[in-house]
Design a protein around this ligand. Structure first.
Ligand code: F6R
Length: 606
């Protein structure tokens, strides 16, 4: 989703801003822009509809040495992608970039008759509002503060002014901002990856905080203007994690690195010899863990499906606990009873998803304990939960989530094991599943070493279709949902996942030559029943791609037989095969694999 970068220092700002915006490209965007100022308030502005690379070309031809600036990548919400709607927006002497949504922009606009609007954006309304307070007696800082008091909605903003060209004012409510601290220079960004390679010291702004950033100093305030002390934190600046390292796409790199990223999830937490799990950071006492009666898992998209798959394992591990999995955007609006002693697992790769964050706050206000299952260190969700398990999968740059899913499911299983150990339930299952978790990274490695070429060949056969059905039973059902999501978002094939037993209750009517079907058949897991469902599709002329770990006779147009020592965690492994399959279909269709159309990484609007 939208990205913000700001710089104030001694170096030319334009290059630093554009490089920062490039590191935020993965979030998805459709236009980009920067404004730079010199110490006398001279301005240079560049905006493009399309890619940051175009901005790079533009600034290469300009001898701009201005050392203050703000930049933005925009993901359209109000108004189409265009140069006019791209940020920064100008009103009088000020320039503004903004992430989030100004919900009352229509009412505010009606009161700002003096400003001649040139865009369709809510951001220009905020720029005009700030400008309306920016008279001779009012500083930029106060004008921003007064304007924000009238705003309903969410914002992460950066503002500069030609009248006060030696500072950047920034503020946050519901949209992340982080200020990197340098030596006589400071850099602001909506995402820590824009700071990689520049500094490892930073202050995360909290909701309802503002900052005045100069070359030498960063001062943090609340929205009433009272100064507060910002906490300086060390951030991970591993640049390699946000580079393709020779792969054609980030998506492929992230699929291929899963053996290592999953190892990072498990490291120091499972003891394969003793078959135990130890999690620090939960902030739950043994008594709390023993008293849990209900687990609710919330997340969006892939994070939701990770929760759904994990719930099957949690149900085995915790037979005396009810387990509920809810899409975050629905949880808040559906009246539901949250039993006493509930624990909520808040699952999010980015830790910034607006629906999930809102859910977390709602659940906390209802008195339940919240545990984050989050990848992005220092993200808002990670900071607001009562306790958590960082999944440690490293930065996920491709918009489509892959390695995060594998690590999220595994992290939730570890939590289930840790609870089961405390409660002394499902002892046999605990032993088996810990042993499988311990070998899962190696099993994924074997799959990636052995089967990628075969999967690519199969994928090429199915790239021509416009419709797909994914199906599976039991743990293969949420895996089918995730497989279909991956395919649809990167290939644009209309793909839907079903419980295999449900096909005869409706979706079977779809089966014809426009469709292909992906069926996951798991040894020891309702295999014969799934084979019957597969036969029903075959009998209607289906074009089936079967993925299985079984040696049993199976009839299908294409079959991928994966040899594995896993018995319980096979769906996590075979989902990796689904990821590879979706990837090669998207490549065959020549799509923008890492940044699929219309989508954004880190969805910070509801
Ligand atoms: C799918 C995908 C999305 C995200 C969803 C939640 O590949 O990327 O469905 O999973 O937007 O995002 P996080 O996990 O950041 O909360």
């Amino acid at each position: 989703m939208c990205g913000i970068v700001g710089y104030i220092g001694k170096k030319p700002a334009n290059k630093i801003l554009v490089d920062g915006l490039k590191r935020l490209e993965y979030r998805g965007y459709d236009s980009a822009g920067i404004v730079t100022l010199d110490e006398n308030g001279e301005v240079k502005i560049n905006k493009v509809k399309g890619k940051v690379a175009q901005l790079d070309d533009e600034i290469a031809e300009q001898a701009d040495k201005n050392s203050i600036g703000i930049g933005h990548t925009r993901w359209a919400t109000h108004g189409e992608p265009s140069v006019a709607n791209a940020h920064p927006h100008k009103a009088g002497e000020i320039f503004l970039v903004h992430n989030g949504i100004i919900e009352n922009y229509k009412e505010l606009k009606a009161e700002l008759a003096d400003h001649k609007f040139v865009s369709d954006t809510d951001t220009e309304v905020l720029a005009a509002l700030i400008n309306s307070f920016y008279d001779e007696k009012t500083s930029l800082f106060d004008a921003v503060r007064l304007a924000l008091k009238k705003v309903v909605g969410t914002f992460g903003i950066a503002v500069v002014s030609t009248r006060e060209p030696n500072e950047i004012i920034t503020a946050r409510l519901g949209s992340p901002l982080i200020i990197g601290l340098g030596d006589n220079e400071n850099i602001l960004a909506s995402d820590a990856s824009a700071l990689f390679g520049l500094t490892d010291k930073a202050i995360y702004l909290n909701d309802g905080e503002m900052a005045k950033i100069t070359r030498e100093d960063v001062k943090i305030y609340d929205l009433n203007g009272s100064e507060i002390v910002g906490k300086i934190e060390k951030i991970d600046t591993n640049l390699a994690a946000i580079q393709k390292n020779g792969y054609a796409h980030f998506l492929l790199k992230e699929i291929m690195e899963q053996p290592e990223t999953l190892n990072a999830t498990l490291r120091g937490r499972i003891d394969a010899m003793k078959k135990t799990v130890k999690l620090g950071g939960l902030n739950l006492s043994e008594k709390d863990l023993k008293n849990v009666q209900h687990v609710v898992i919330v997340g969006c998209g892939t994070a939701y499906y990770a929760g759904l798959l994990a719930s099957y394992y949690l149900a085995e591990l915790l037979p005396d606990v009810t387990i509920e999995v809810v899409v975050a955007s629905e949880f808040r609006y559906k009246k539901s009873f949250l039993p006493k002693n509930s624990v909520a697992l808040i699952v999010s790769q980015s830790g910034e998803t607006a629906d999930t964050l809102a859910c977390l706050r709602e659940i906390k206000s209802r008195g339940a304990k919240t545990i984050g299952v989050v990848n992005a260190v220092g993200s808002t969700i990670a900071r607001e939960v009562d306790g958590g398990i960082y999944v440690h999968a490293g930065p996920e740059i491709s918009v489509a989530s892959t390695k995060a899913f594998t690590s999220q499911v595994s992290a939730m299983i570890m939590l289930g094991v840790s609870m089961a150990q405390t409660r002394e339930t499902a002892e046999d299952f605990v032993e088996k599943i810990v042993a499988e978790l311990a070998i899962l990274p190696d099993e994924i490695k074997k799959l990636l070493n052995k089967y990628v070429a075969e999967i690519e060949k199969i994928a090429t056969k199915y790239a021509k279709y416009e419709h797909a059905i994914y199906m599976g039973r039991d743990t293969a059902f949420p895996t089918a949902l995730e497989g279909a999501l991956k395919l649809k978002e990167i290939s644009y094939i209309d793909a839907n996942g079903y419980a295999a037993g449900e096909l005869k209750h409706g979706p079977l009517a779809l089966v014809d030559d426009r469709f292909f079907e992906v069926v996951m058949l798991l040894e020891g897991n309702l295999l014969d029943k799934t084979i019957s469902n597969l036969s029903e599709v075959n009998a209607r002329g289906g074009h089936v791609f079967a993925i299985t770990n079984s040696d049993k006779e199976i009839t299908a147009e294409s079959i991928l037989r994966v040899k594995t020592d896993l018995k319980i965690l096979t769906p996590i492994l075979l989902n990796v095969a689904q990821q590879v399959f979706a990837y090669y279909i998207a490549v065959a269709r020549e799509n923008d694999v890492d940044q699929p159309r219309n989508l954004a990484k880190s969805v910070t609007v509801e």
